[in-house]
Ligand binder design. Structure first.
Ligand code: C2O
Ligand code: CU
Length: 462
């Protein structure tokens, strides 16, 4: 029996007025735009009452998504898009029973988490979870931060169709905000043809096409109504296959990036979220309504002409001044110095016209596996010689960004996904402390699909 799942994915008609009467008795008032009420994606139920373990069940299945009144086929975890948010504490064990009710094989990859290789969901030398099969993922959550999960098999198509969710690992030493907003940005308009099979099944703009609209946790332009005077913790994640979100709002206070708290509070004018990127911010709600927008940013070279698009708004309820920021346990720390050598280099090349994308002249899966001894401390150069930007992502590890385009990082920057601009060199410091065969790829999924993916083997000392 196939259940028709309800989802939060919906497009709303805004400001629709009926055709006007030639001689109206009263002047027609424009219908006010109705923004859907923001809601966080539902969290997964913990099936194990013991503390120290989060045990959940995720069922991957076909769903019909309601998009502007039209029914579109998609994929979902537990019938919802985004999938259930998984919330645990640092040091907890995460146990996930994945039941695959899709007609195709799938996996779950734990993006940003240093899992053992067998739990990584990558299918390099490992089988995916076939239709009708169940697989149990189990590992310890060693770092606090905002992570996510998604398939790593036919990834471009499966993520595009709705298989993604946020994994939040809390640190008990961090103060509690009054409320948390889980903001999962997706680029609606990628899955234009639900019946398209096989090769991608997605239609991504490689040109100047900018996402319009952006979906925020499944909603278009939602409004969060919150008490004035509250402190919100915002967790931001870009799950789009290919679109960049360059997010800003007045009074932006960034507290974290891919791998947990920044060394100290930062107040940038915007946060660039390449596909796969995460960030966290605190929003101090005063009397003013705050609009979160994304400015026009193209993988063809960054800022580009075009108006910012509204992502969502936060509307205060009641009267109160903006509160002070929370007392975050800033880790501080100084950035590592860059060094005059390279242990590993990744050169990105490719052609948007042919859709062929290379790392070091090779296209996945015909790649040379590079090997590193366990616990080696290496400097990596990521060099982008291609005509588009690429978010570089490495599995199983986080790394420190020591310089960008020859400029040393102003602060200690720990990431697992980092954007490389056109003709730019990134320098990374990597401690290869997790044995396994780790996928190393561009997180623009059509690029990864087109071959921009390789494997880094960290040898097991035993
Ligand atoms: Cu988000 Cu190789 O993955
Ligand atoms: Cu790319």
């Amino acid at each position: 029996m196939r259940r028709r799942a309800t989802t939060t994915l919906a497009l709303f008609l805004v400001g629709c007025t009926p055709p006007s009467d030639p001689e109206p008795e009263t002047p027609t008032e424009p219908t006010p735009a109705i923004a859907p009420a923001f809601a966080n994606p539902a969290e997964a139920d913990d099936l194990d009452p013991a503390t120290g373990i989060l045990s959940v069940r995720l069922v991957a299945e076909d769903v019909e998504l309601d998009v502007g009144g039209e029914s579109v086929s998609g994929f979902a975890y537990n019938g919802q898009v985004p999938g259930p948010t998984l919330r645990a504490s640092v040091g907890d064990t995460l146990r996930v029973e994945l039941e695959n009710r899709l007609a195709v094989a799938t996996t779950i990859h734990w993006h940003g988490v240093d899992v053992p290789y067998a739990m990584d969901g990558a299918t390099w030398q490992l089988d995916p979870v076939g239709p009708g099969e169940t697989f149990i993922y189990e590992f310890i959550l060693g770092e606090a931060g905002t992570f996510w999960y998604h398939p790593h098999f036919d990834t471009e198509r499966q993520v595009d169709r709705g298989l993604y969710g946020m994994l939040i690992v809390e640190d008990p030493d961090e103060p509690e905000a009054d409320a948390e907003l889980v903001l999962v940005f997706d680029d609606w308009g990628e899955s234009t043809d639900p019946d398209e099979e096989g090769d991608g099944g997605a239609n991504h703009g490689h040109g100047a096409a900018l996402p319009d609209p952006w979906l925020v946790s499944g909603l278009v332009g939602p409004e969060a109504v919150v008490p004035a005077g509250s402190v919100l913790r915002l967790r931001l994640l870009n799950v789009s296959n290919a679109a960049y979100a360059d997010v800003s709002w007045p009074g932006l206070r960034q507290i974290a990036t891919d791998q947990g708290l920044l060394p100290a509070l930062e107040e940038p004018s915007s946060i660039l979220l390449a596909p796969g990127d995460r960030a966290e911010a605190e929003l101090l709600v005063g009397a003013e309504r705050v609009e979160l927008t994304s400015s026009a940013y193209s993988l063809n070279g960054g800022a580009t002409p075009g108006d910012p698009t509204l992502l969502m708004s936060v509307t205060p309820e009641g009267e109160a001044d903006a509160p002070a920021g929370l007392d975050w346990p800033w880790p501080g720390g100084t950035p590592s110095d860059d060094v005059p050598w390279t242990d590993l280099i990744y050169v990105f090349q490719g052609d948007p016209l042919t859709g062929e994308w290379l790392i070091n002249g090779e296209t996945y899966p015909d790649v040379t596996v590079r090997e590193l001894p366990l616990n080696s401390d290496v400097y990596v150069t990521v060099r982008n010689l291609s005509p588009t930007e690429h978010p570089f992502h490495l599995h199983g590890h986080s790394f420190e960004v020591v310089s960008v385009g020859g400029v040393p990082s102003p602060r200690r920057t720990i990431e697992d996904t980092v954007n490389v601009r056109i003709r730019e060199d990134l320098r990374l410091r990597l401690i290869a402390d997790n044995p396994g065969d780790w996928m190393t790829h561009c997180h623009i999924l059509p690029h990864a699909h087109g071959g921009m993916m390789t494997v880094l083997r960290v040898l097991d000392a035993r």
